[in-house]
Design a binder for this molecule. Structure first.
Ligand SMILES: Nc1ncnc2c1ncn2[C@@H]1O[C@H](COP(=O)(O)OP(=O)(O)OP(=O)(O)O)[C@@H](O)[C@H]1O
Ligand SMILES: [Mg+2]
Length: 495
């Protein structure tokens, strides 16, 4: 009888409180069972600090009122401050026993770290700065991209060359890749020399030579490396002979014929001395019957016998060093285009040789707009961007001139074929163009608007991240990397 009364009392209570709780509990259970939710016991601590007790009081008061505004109540941990402090340190030791059960999705709102990160701890990932949103390291491996081709874009002084040098340095230390640099401003030499690399000063006054006719048996993926070399020689002659229409068909034919003749001796007995020179091509042209051959020979003469004969020598530098820098600053206007074309060919030769050795080659072209100005070197660059990937090449172009990059449909191909873009501060006009091309949001644009040196946006595949890279200025490495005149002078004084 007594228990009957009790159960009646309970029943009369049920509708008000328990029924509601029961419903909630059932809903919770359903979530846990069917929606992949888990139950967590959560302790949420807000750490307040202050320099004085008064300041601390004020800060606590403010925190409480902010919480109140959002319908939350903060409970002061009086007499438990020490435990509270210890629990809020990243020691994985919670000493406060105030807990609430929360499901996964409710718990997730306490973890606000939903920023995108680029952190790959693979063996060959390199450092590219800090994530501007979370301050985490950006470490990536360009080889893992579908297309490792890269662009570094920015206004003068924004830190393009600097970031390339930093990447070169890291790649040198972390990977086994070979590195080749085309350096029109002679600013990579200090770094390359420090890494015991080969700096090749190409200038009319220099005694360091590279032979444009150099060939290796891997030069082409087809069986006939000569066909590709002939193509290069044709480009070279086209530059030399010049003219609006370029080479005439007959001229092309005789050049091609001569190329096959002059390499015969080398292929029979491939020793370095048997490597043909420009002079051999010149002589071969002179023996042809066609007047066109003599026309080309006459144009070549200054490069063979005249004052521009720096490319008429056997290679006498260690072009196979792991890190090679072609300094073409001292090449006069006359020779610059030719020099750049020859450097590109040397790069091609190296990449192909490395491919058969299973090695990657990183190629850096600073002041890339210079290469794009000339039809021949532009065409070669496009070719590099299209085909290097398959050959284990990782090209990187540095330029301040986005408009040049998008000038012709062919060249804009370079842009589309680059999955790695390191974008530093941009000029207003370029910024608008880039925003359209790359689908950059106005917020993201703010990272390349009047940004400081070494700050910008990184495009890695389909990820876009703002980065900052403030290189410490008191390091010896900084002195090697900088181009700021006063700092360079200072560094030289040190030596
Ligand atoms: N990440 C960085 N951290 C610290 N300083 C930097 C950084 N990047 C660049 N700087 C400073 O800015 C200077 C200019 O950088 P850099 O030579 O790379 O400019 P640039 O973009 O290549 O310019 P230009 O188009 O004229 O070649 C450097 O010498 C260095 O002092
Ligand atoms: Mg530069």
């Amino acid at each position: 009888e007594k228990s009957e009364i009790i159960s009646k009392v309970y029943l009369s209570l049920l509708p008000s409180d328990l029924a509601t709780y029961g419903r909630d509990a059932k809903a919770l259970l359903k979530e846990l069972q069917s929606q992949n939710e888990r139950m967590f016991l959560v302790t949420f601590l807000v750490l307040n600090t202050g320099k004085t007790e008064q300041e601390l009081e004020t800060n606590v008061f403010q925190a409480v009122s902010i919480a109140q505004k959002h319908n939350c109540e903060l409970c002061r941990l009086d007499f438990q401050q020490e435990q509270g402090l210890m629990s809020s340190l990243p020691l994985a030791d919670c000493q406060i026993e105030i807990q609430r059960g929360l499901t996964t999705s409710s718990t997730a709102i306490f973890v606000p770290f939903t920023t995108q990160e680029l952190f790959d701890n693979g063996k060959e990932s390199l450092y590219y700065g800090l994530n501007a949103l979370s301050n985490n390291l950006i470490m990536v491996d360009r080889k893992k991209l579908k297309n490792p081709n890269g662009l570094i874009l920015g206004t003068p002084g924004s830190g393009k060359s600097f970031s390339a040098k930093r990447e070169i340095c890291n790649a040198f230390l972390v990977t086994d890749d070979d590195i080749i640099i085309c350096d029109p401003e002679c600013e990579y030499a200090p770094l390359v020399e420090r890494l015991h690399g080969q700096v090749i000063h190409i200038s009319p006054a220099s005694t360091q030579y590279i032979n444009p006719m150099d060939i290796n048996s891997n030069y082409s993926e087809e069986d006939n490396p000569l066909a590709l070399k002939a193509d290069f020689v044709l480009s070279l002659c086209e530059l030399v002979v010049g003219g609006k229409e370029g080479l005439q068909p007959v001229e092309k034919t005789v050049i091609d014929r001569c190329v096959h003749v002059i390499y015969r001796k080398y292929f029979e007995n491939p020793t370095p001395e048997n490597m043909p020179l420009l002079e051999d091509l010149y002589n071969a042209l002179l023996t042809q019957d066609e007047p066109e051959a003599r026309h080309v020979a006459a144009a070549l003469e200054i490069y063979v016998k005249g004052s521009l004969n720096i490319f008429n020598h056997h290679t006498n530098v260690d072009i196979n060093n792991r890190i090679v820098c072609f300094d073409i600053k001292q090449l006069g206007k006359q020779l610059k285009k030719l020099g750049m074309l020859i450097v590109q060919d040397a790069v091609w030769g190296r990449v192909t040789a490395n491919r058969s050795a299973g090695k990657s080659t990183r190629y850096y072209a600073d002041e890339f707009h210079l290469l794009l100005k000339e039809e021949q070197t532009a065409a070669y660059s496009v070719e590099i961007w299209k085909r290097f990937r398959k050959w284990g090449g990782i090209p990187t172009a540095l330029t301040q001139n986005v408009k040049d990059l998008l000038a012709s449909p062919e060249v804009s191909n370079i842009f589309e074929n680059s999955d790695f873009v390191y974008m530093l501060n941009q000029a207003n006009g370029d910024r608008q163009i880039l925003a359209k091309q790359l689908n950059i949001s106005p917020h993201q644009l703010s990272y390349v608007t009047h940004s400081g040196e070494g700050e910008g946006l990184l495009f890695f595949g389909n990820v876009i991240l703002p980065f900052v890279d403030h290189f410490p200025k008191d390091l010896e490495l900084y002195r090697i990397l900088t181009t700021r005149l006063s700092e360079v002078a200072e560094a030289q004084k040190h030596e």
